[in-house]
Write a protein that binds this ligand. Structure first.
Ligand code: SF4
Length: 338
């Protein structure tokens, strides 16, 4: 889905060395006993009109990344720059103004819409908060946005419970779109929907992206969905990005053993083709006490001694980034020293 426009565009969002540690408190005095390292030193950028897919198993930290870039949670360390401005240093009024350009679509279309508000009030709320137009103009903007999202403008006076899951997610998309943002975090927007509805929502997101030059951070655990919508894909494991590449390149030539295992589990729509599935042993370790060295070493079929002691560094092969000692040795011919 890589477009020429997005390839040549300016960087819209830059994330530098982002960390999110959540304290675990214990005892009568609620002393901090440990930290859950949900996100641990990750960096990436997204250009205007580009979609970056962020994939990984549940609990790998991808939703925390999405919420951090919007400053719905404050990062422990690192910087998030939107259009060159560091969000952590913006005065509250400027941050609120900036939020008009940065929106989110939530995973669950059932719990993310207030059941006591009409569709018109849900979508129009942000317009009122940001002082856009008068009452009549706002109502017109709401109806127009409903139409853009494939819903009948006459639905404005209905309540969320009157709609199906797919329609509710369209309302969630309309709520994110009504302010004409430049960037939207799509936090697993189709994983709560029936498979038959998923493709309709994905197609709507693709159509809106192309029509309004939107940039997405598209968070998902389904690699086939991410391939279809993304220009580039980042794979996360236990708070770290382990591979990041152009979407076509990543699916054709996955380098990291974890990416290879995830891709081996994606079903192929061809009964004559059989795929060798790589089954990873054990569960994802706790981010409370992540393994030393490479965090994947407890499950990796290629792990060698150094993997337990030394964290892999970034290897960048013409924009295809990977963090793995064995891949580094295969590509550069030299083994990283412990
Ligand atoms: Fe596996 Fe070692 Fe590479 Fe980590 S660094 S993915 S443990 S081979």
């Amino acid at each position: 889905m890589s477009t020429e426009a997005s390839k040549n565009s300016e960087v819209l969002l830059r994330v530098e060395h982002l960390k999110n540690y959540f304290p675990v408190r214990q005892g009568l005095l609620s002393r901090v006993a440990a930290y859950v390292k949900a996100v641990d030193d990750i960096s990436f950028e997204i250009k205007a009109g580009e979609t970056l897919g962020l994939v990984g198993e549940s609990g790998c930290g991808k939703t925390t990344v999405g919420h951090s870039v919007l400053r719905l949670i404050t990062p422990t360390e690192g910087r998030v720059l939107f259009q060159g401005k560091d969000l952590s240093h913006l005065p509250a009024a400027e941050l609120r103004a900036m939020r008009q350009d940065m929106q989110i679509i939530f995973q669950d279309p059932f719990s993310s819409l207030n059941p006591r508000m009409t569709v018109g009030a849900i979508i129009g709320e942000a317009l009122a908060i940001h002082g856009r137009g008068d009452r009549k103009e706002r109502a017109e903007m709401v109806r127009d946005t409903l139409q853009k999202c494939g819903l009948d403008p006459a639905y404005v006076n209905r309540f969320p419970h009157e709609f199906s899951g797919g329609q509710r997610q369209r309302i969630g998309i309309a709520r994110a779109l009504v302010l004409n943002p430049k960037f939207i975090v799509c936090d697993e927007p189709v994983s709560a929907l029936d498979v038959s509805i998923q493709s309709q929502i994905i197609n709507l997101l693709v159509e809106l992206k192309e029509r309004y030059n939107l940039a997405y951070l598209f968070i998902a655990h389904d690699l086939s969905v991410v391939e279809y919508i993304s220009d580039r894909v980042a794979v996360m494991y236990l708070g770290k990005i382990v591979e990041l590449a152009d979407s076509t390149e990543l699916y054709r030539n996955p380098l990291h053993p974890y990416t290879q295992a995830l891709l081996s589990a994606v079903p192929v729509p061809d009964p004559t083709r059989r795929k060798q599935r790589t089954l990873l042993p054990g569960d994802v370790p706790s981010p409370l006490n992540p393994p030393s060295g490479c965090r994947f070493h407890t499950r990796c079929p290629l792990a060698i001694d150094i993997c337990k002691k030394v964290e892999p560094r970034e290897l960048d092969v013409e924009g295809h980034k990977v963090w793995c000692h064995v891949v580094e040795e295969q590509i550069t011919g030299s083994r990283p020293s412990s």
